[in-house]
Design a binder for this molecule. Structure first.
Ligand SMILES: [Zn+2]
Length: 75
C-alpha cells in the first residue's frame, strides 16, 4: 500500500535535484515531455536530475549485488 501511494505521487510531480548544490524541488509532471525546472532557487544553476532516475540507478546497483553481500547491508 505504501509503495502504491509513492507511485501515485511520482506520477503527479517529478522530484528534481540540482546538479550543483543538491537542492530538491517538485515540478509538475507532463507525460512524454522533458521537465523544465528553470533555475535553482538557491544557486541559479539550471541543470537538474530526476530524483526518480537517480533512485532507479541505485536500485539497479543493489539488485546486481550478490545476495550474500546484500544481506550484509540489510543487517
Ligand atoms: Zn542549486
Amino acid at each position: 500500500m505504501v509503495a502504491d501511494n509513492r507511485f501515485t505521487c511520482l506520477m503527479a510531480t517529478h522530484s528534481v535535484e540540482c546538479l550543483r548544490c543538491g537542492h530538491v524541488r517538485q515540478v509538475p509532471a507532463r507525460a512524454g515531455q522533458n521537465v523544465d525546472a528553470g533555475e535553482c532557487d538557491r544557486c541559479e544553476y539550471v541543470g537538474w536530475a530526476l530524483v526518480a532516475d537517480l533512485t532507479e540507478k541505485l536500485r539497479r546497483i543493489l539488485r546486481e549485488r550478490p545476495p550474500e553481500r546484500r544481506r550484509l547491508y540489510a543487517a
